[in-house]
Design a protein around this ligand. Structure first.
Ligand SMILES: [Zn+2]
Length: 244
């Protein structure tokens, strides 16, 4: 399997992600771009994002169209972001870029807490719609507590301290856009989920292909495999010819 999205694999990838959670879809997409045999679920989120950006660039180019509403005046913004602006910045730091999540320790409340960066496996394992999702995620980051807490559980305060420190451990885990409203000059930061963004594009691509298969199968009696074996340029010709 090539480490990019092609007409030959996009339908399979799309089908595999249907019905999955956003976290599962992101990992499925990242796995397409990963070296053979690598389990992307165990990568820190910055590395998953880097794979997603790489996959996206190969299939749809460098420019990411994004839409957002200004929180101040409500105006709708259509901006195009360069993939470079979203690339996790790991220069001068060994955090985030490695194949396994970095760990660090913090001392609080007389305890030494060892924690690690979030992985895709963590995000996939936690149901984001439940009220305790945040706590469950943070709890998964804690790998060791010394001495162990009495009831084997950690207080909200300790987990929130871990939450504040996590971005230092994996700076590219969250991708954030800085937006400027042309109407009211308000400036704000908006989170961009690369996996969600790419999934929407993959769905659109897959559906467009299926529509082409449908039209040409109906016009010429070709099978799905027949249609997909024709180059996009020739397919376009036949689509136009059969429509006119
Ligand atoms: Zn505005």
């Amino acid at each position: 399997m090539p480490r990019r999205l092609t007409e030959a694999n996009v339908l399979e990838v799309w089908e595999g992600g249907l019905g999955g959670t956003p976290a599962a879809r992101s990992l499925l997409l990242a796995s397409v771009a990963a070296p053979p045999g690598q389990d992307v679920a165990d990568l820190p989120l910055s590395a998953v994002n880097a794979l997603l950006l790489e996959l996206r660039r190969g299939a749809f180019g460098d420019a990411l169209p994004c839409a957002a509403d200004c929180p101040q005046c409500g105006d709708s913004l259509d901006v195009t972001v360069g993939a470079e602006e979203l690339r996790p910045c790991a220069v001068g730091s060994d955090a985030g870029a490695g194949p396994s999540p970095a760990t660090a320790t913090l001392t609080t409340d007389g305890m030494t807490v060892t924690y690690r960066a979030l992985t895709g496996r963590d995000v996939r394992a936690v149901d984001a719609t439940t009220p305790r999702a945040r706590r469950s995620l943070l709890r998964r980051c804690v790998v060791h507590v010394s001495p162990p807490p009495v009831d084997d559980d950690l207080s909200e305060e300790v987990l929130e301290q871990v939450a504040r420190l996590l971005p230092e451990l994996d700076p590219g885990a969250d991708t954030v856009l800085v937006l400027n409203c042309p109407q009211c000059a308000h400036r704000w930061e908006a989170a961009l989920d690369i996996g969600d963004h790419l999934w929407t594009e993959v769905s659109g691509y897959a559906r467009k292909l299926l529509h082409e298969v449908h039209s040409l199968a109906r016009a010429y009696g070709w099978s799905e495999a027949d249609v997909l074996s024709i180059s996009p340029a020739r397919r376009q010709f036949y689509l136009e010819a059969s429509a006119g």
